[in-house]
Design a protein around this ligand. Structure first.
Ligand code: UTP
Length: 490
């Protein structure tokens, strides 16, 4: 009898919950999400309701109004007031330059003292690449076909050995890939890292909408939820408890990077040193643009503050502008490599923080249910996603430092299936980097006309993770391996 009464009670609760949610969605012009309600099983109904309960309809309405219908970003910029951002120029002689040496020593002291953690943002959907698994699991190294995640983990292990310290590794995932990423690490033994110090956490999400601002149904029983952009990491780090854990471990600085760039120098004492010496709360690496219209963000000064203006938001005439010396005026490209202070993230990512990152809108491919109730994977972008960008936090940071890096040593991102920024292009860039390291150690290599070594080579991050460490270790080798196609140095 009790069971029957309890069942009845939960049924009544479910129905009143349903009625309340339905009314809210109808009122907001989003009632179509219940289109297939009558066809759903009880389990499917509960699943859909659970998703809908999490949706902030006021936020969607605000974003539709301000971004989609008005066709602009939340932050409006008067381009005539934009100036290029100052930055610390790269020194070819950093090993003898006292300023760079000072930075290195400050950075190394902080790393040795366990004050640095690594952080990869891996919550994105990678729709342009179209790979059927999380991007970080894609085999990408040229000879051993290691995944991005393995390369990052091994770079961290190399630094742990070099500095004699354990370096926590945070991995931000999202609703779309959390389980897969966690099990990828687990089934690969965390690539040799201590599992206790690999910290996974999920970022927030937001529904994708069609051109009329209607929430897209990705199934009869689910709406299309997308991660809320890499800028969602500030809030996610705080809410998930990742920041609290870092504080327990005595970590003060976070080395932030993206999942698609295997060249990244994750543990860079120079960068950390300049960040600390500059009294900065959030710092960035910049790489000079390869050509005027390169699709990267531009470091600029606006209203006296450092900011990044996306290529899509900056008119071509500004992207192409030259300075009085004939060089590109807005040359500093953002490559999504930052150092953030733990205290800064804690303050800006907390729920009551006054720092609200603006949303931007992106047009992407979003699977949807068609009129027949069938799921369609579109060939072309069809939906709008709302995203926050982490670099928008720079405006809120004290003394942000921008440091120039070298593209060939630090940046080659995989975005597309073919052509520019493809896995093939990234493998080529890795081979060029490894060839450069061998040449720096006095080993000449045959390269083709575009500078790519004529055969496949790979240097394990466990042998060395940067040029100077490589040269030192190579010179110390008693027996040098033969240089041949498929050479793997470990
Ligand atoms: P991208 O801008 O390349 O976006 O992300 P994406 O979603 O991965 O790929 P496309 O645009 O659909 O092809 C740059 C970095 O930010 C992370 C990605 O995982 C990548 O490391 N990211 C992006 C997040 O962590 N969360 C997001 O919501 C978006």
């Amino acid at each position: 009898m009790d069971d029957i009464i309890n069942n009845l009670k939960s049924r009544i609760l479910f129905m009143s919950n349903f009625a309340e949610i339905r009314e809210k969605f109808e009122k907001s012009g989003q009632g179509h999400v219940f289109k297939y309600w009558g066809e759903l099983s009880d389990r499917q109904k509960s699943q859909l309701l659970a998703q809908l309960e999490e949706v902030d309809l006021d936020e969607i309405a605000h974003l539709n109004e301000t971004l989609l219908f008005a066709n602009k970003t939340e932050s409006q910029v008067d381009f005539s007031k934009l100036a290029p951002a100052p930055y610390i120029k790269y020194s070819e002689n950093k090993e003898s330059d006292p300023v760079w040496q000072k930075a290195k020593s400050v950075g190394e002291d902080a790393i040795r003292a366990g004050k640095l953690a690594a952080f990869v943002v891996a919550g994105g959907q990678g729709t342009r690449l179209g790979y059927d698994a999380p991007k970080g699991t894609l085999p990408i190294s040229p000879v051993k076909h290691k995944s991005f995640f393995q390369i990052f983990a091994e770079k961290i292990r190399f630094a742990q050995g070099k500095y004699g310290v354990e370096i926590p590794f945070m991995v931000m995932t999202s609703i779309i890939n959390h389980a897969q990423i966690c099990s990828f690490f687990k089934s690969n033994g965390y690539f040799g890292l201590n599992p206790e110090n690999v910290i996974f956490f999920k970022q927030g999400f937001i529904p994708s909408v069609d051109k009329s601002g209607k929430i897209i149904l990705s199934g009869k029983d689910e709406i299309a939820l997308a991660p809320n952009g890499h800028g969602g990491c500030l809030r996610a780090m705080v809410r998930s408890g990742a920041i609290a854990r870092l504080k327990e471990l005595g970590v003060e600085y976070i080395s932030y990077f993206q999942v698609d760039n295997p060249l990244v120098n994750i543990i860079d004492p120079y960068f950390l040193g300049f960040h600390i010496l500059g009294g900065s709360e959030m710092s960035s690496k910049m790489i000079p643009k390869a050509y005027p219209l390169e699709k990267v963000g531009h470091f600029c000064i606006y209203n006296g503050k450092l900011c990044v203006i996306e290529y899509s938001d900056l008119p071509a005439s500004y992207q192409e502008q030259l300075d009085e010396n004939g060089a590109l005026k807005f040359i500093a490209g953002s490559v999504a490599i930052h150092i953030l202070n733990v205290d800064f993230v804690e303050a800006k990512g907390s729920d009551d923080s006054d720092c609200k990152l603006p949303f931007h809108v992106a047009f992407k491919k979003v699977p949807f249910v068609d009129g027949n109730g069938d799921i369609v994977k579109p060939e072309k972008p069809n939906g709008y996603k709302y995203e926050m960008f982490v670099f928008d936090a720079l405006e809120n940071a004290k003394n942000p430092v921008v440091l120039e890096g070298l593209r060939r040593e630090e940046f080659s991102a995989v975005k597309n299936k073919d052509g520019l920024d493809s896995p093939a292009a990234c493998k080529r860039d890795q081979k060029r980097q490894f060839a450069g390291w061998l040449e720096a150690a006095g080993v000449p290599l045959e390269r083709d006309s575009d500078g790519t070594p004529v055969f496949d080579i790979e240097i394990s991050p466990l042998f060395a993770s940067n040029k100077s460490d490589f040269v030192e270790k190579w010179k110390a080798l008693d027996k040098k391996p033969e240089i041949r196609d498929g050479l793997f140095i470990e």
